[in-house]
Design a protein around this ligand. Structure first.
Ligand code: NCD
Length: 300
């Protein structure tokens, strides 16, 4: 049993499976039964970067489990007075039973684990890791195909700065899958991840016809040191209706959201589109994460 969730690399396949099966157990419960699991528990969110899905789905998850949440609004907190993140985090986490942290800096969540006694969840640290997104992504893939092994999975877009794809690639290293990395040369997956993960193919062409899963991502504008480079790559891989229709009928198209122009809205109605279901799966997946880290079993 894990106490913190900081990096996908801290997990073995059996840990990943355990998170996924708790999520799937808790998803089967009625709302009333689920809300009896954690009454009196409080989750804190300490977000120093914008977020819609990660923060709100963690809040929904804790509230569905019968607990409550408190949230640091960093723009009106003492962070603005110059308090360091470690002091803020230590105090906020200490008010609660479990804490989710998002930061523009790599390593913030891990650093906090040394300062507090409560479980710390990394809700995204810079361009590094986004492990809870990965667990909900795997939860979505497993729900769809029954198993992750044997699939042909493409990751496309900003593989350089996108933390979701870094965590996902590392998680998939635990499974027998074929991985194809599709990106402009400017936003290729960091070399150390490509080396570590068994990648079948890296390409700058939009080769998507034979994939079971296409996971596309936003070009991470805020992380580009050179804004002209962002302008050059932002519209290289756009999926319109025609392109999505090239995919296999039973393939799925995923995106962690927010999307900017990577998938035209006309793609939403196509049978491959799964990104809104994927976002919705954030709630049961994160209920599973909270329960696993607090060491609470689901009794069906
Ligand atoms: C992602 C993130 O914050 O890394 N968003 C999310 O949590 N669903 C992806 C992104 O911002 O592009």
């Amino acid at each position: 049993m894990k106490k913190n969730l900081i990096s996908i690399n801290d997990l073995e396949r059996s840990d990943i499976e355990s998170f996924l099966s708790t999520a799937s157990e808790v998803e089967k419960l009625t709302k009333r039964k689920a809300s009896d699991i954690l009454p009196g528990c409080i989750l804190s969110t300490l977000f120093l970067e914008p977020s819609t899905r990660t923060r709100l789905s963690f809040e929904a998850a804790m509230q569905r489990l019968g607990g409550t949440t408190i949230n640091l609004a960093s723009e009106v907190s003492s962070v603005q007075k110059g308090e360091n993140i470690t002091d803020t985090g230590k105090v906020v986490a200490g008010y609660t039973d479990i804490c989710v942290v998002r930061s523009p800096y790599e390593g913030t969540a891990r650093m906090l684990t040394e300062k507090t006694k409560v479980p710390i969840i990394n809700g995204g640290d810079g361009a590094n890791q986004h492990p809870t997104q990965t667990l909900l992504d795997l939860f979505t893939i497993k729900k769809e195909f029954g198993s992750i092994d044997g699939l042909k999975i493409g990751m496309m877009g900003d593989l350089k700065y996108g933390r979701t794809v870094h965590s996902l690639a590392e998680a998939l290293d635990n499974y027998s899958v074929e991985i194809r990395l599709i990106s402009p040369d400017e936003t290729k997956m960091p070399e150390h991840i490509v080396k570590e993960v068994g990648v079948e193919e890296e390409t700058n062409k939009m080769k998507i016809k034979d994939l079971d899963v296409l996971y596309t991502t936003r070009i991470q504008k805020e992380r580009f040191p050179d804004k002209q480079e962002y302008e050059r790559v932002k519209d290289v891989f756009v999926l319109d209706e025609e392109r999505v229709k090239e995919m296999k009928k039973d393939a799925i198209l995923m995106h962690p959201l927010p999307r900017i122009d990577e998938i035209k809205p006309e793609g939403d109605k196509l049978p491959q589109a799964r990104y809104f279901e994927q976002a919705k799966n954030g709630v049961p997946a994160r209920m599973g994460i909270i329960l696993e880290l607090l060491g609470v079993e689901v009794n069906v």
